[in-house]
Design a protein around this ligand. Sequence first.
Ligand code: PLP
Length: 395
Amino acid sequence: MSENASLYGTYNRIPLRFERGEGVWLITEDGSRYLDFAAGIAVTSVGHSHPHLVETLKNQAERLWHLSNLYEIPDQARLADRLTEATFADRAFFTNSGAEALECAIKTARRYHYVNGQDNRFGIITIEGAFHGRTLATIAAGGQDKYLEGFGPKAPGFDQVPFGDLDAIKNAINDETAAVLIEPLQGEGGIRELSAQWLRDLRALCDEHGVLLVLDEVQCGVGRTGKLFAYEWAGITPDIMAVAKGIGGGFPFGVCLATEEAAAGMTPGTHGTTYGGNPLAMAVGNAVLDVILKDGFLQHVRDVSLVFKQGLAEIADRYPDVVDEIRGTGLMLGIKCKGPNSELLVAMRDANLLGAPAGDNVVRLLPPLTTTVEEAREGLARLSAAAAAVSGAKA
Ligand SMILES: *Cc1c(COP(=O)(O)O)cnc(C)c1O
């Protein structure tokens, strides 16, 4: 392994060097082809080097890269129009990352109460095992010791309650509570799902107490679950929502979406960013939506998901010593492992198949949403071989 001594030592990198991507494939410098079911952690939503994205980015690069938000940016307004039309939201603020979309969501929630004369309401209730990013506020929101340790006092105003425990949320709500912040489908936490009914009950609880519901759909949004956003499965709407990852298809940007009412306090000067919503990012974001909003695209995601679910169920039946449980919705799938998840991930890599680790001893499969049925079957065959190898190694 050639770990570079000039870089921060923050990542344990896998010694693979990819030079090119084509759709669902990643190709190394020496020509090996890997089926990429990690997709840059749910980022390359329409696959690598999608022709429409490449063309759009090239054209934009020749015209204009960056403008300050001092000026009008028509593509930014257009993307906001399209996102608000397709969702619960009336307003959008563009950021550079998921964590920044969450920062905007948290600020929007607090500011909402502030302008309503309740500046004591700043508390955000979050869920154990959640992941909201790595900024000082979002590590406090996630509340995980492993991300907080050594970084000074935890930012105040974030309280965690156990996963799936509505009573705990009810008990945690007090007259300082601004919002409940939740991933409708936990990603890093291990593809942990909340039922539609649970989410409806949470919405009702928030309404009862005048608490805003903030969703983190950074990972599960933008078609990943087979709906444009995961909240649609529950038939609820949030007040505020953070989105990133898949929305950029690999171009780094995010967005905070909010209702008119929730965003009312975000007046000129209250928030800003240098790069957020710049022309390059917005061109690509519009191109991603061109693909994902096309008639039949989300149905394709649901169809391919079925192929995965059936294939994964077979693998789970065949290798009960390897697979504990299959989880997830759409193309956000998790394999809870019996042995260490790293074992299965290594065996998958040996079969030229890439997945991503998650908490709760889970291997995540987050294939591009453009993955075909044939590619899904190819991946399942490789996964089966990997499971056989892990199973055989134990026997
Ligand atoms: C990845 C992720 C984030 C953080 O996004 P960054 O772009 O890494 O800042 C926040 N929330 C969820 C659910 C995520 O999966």
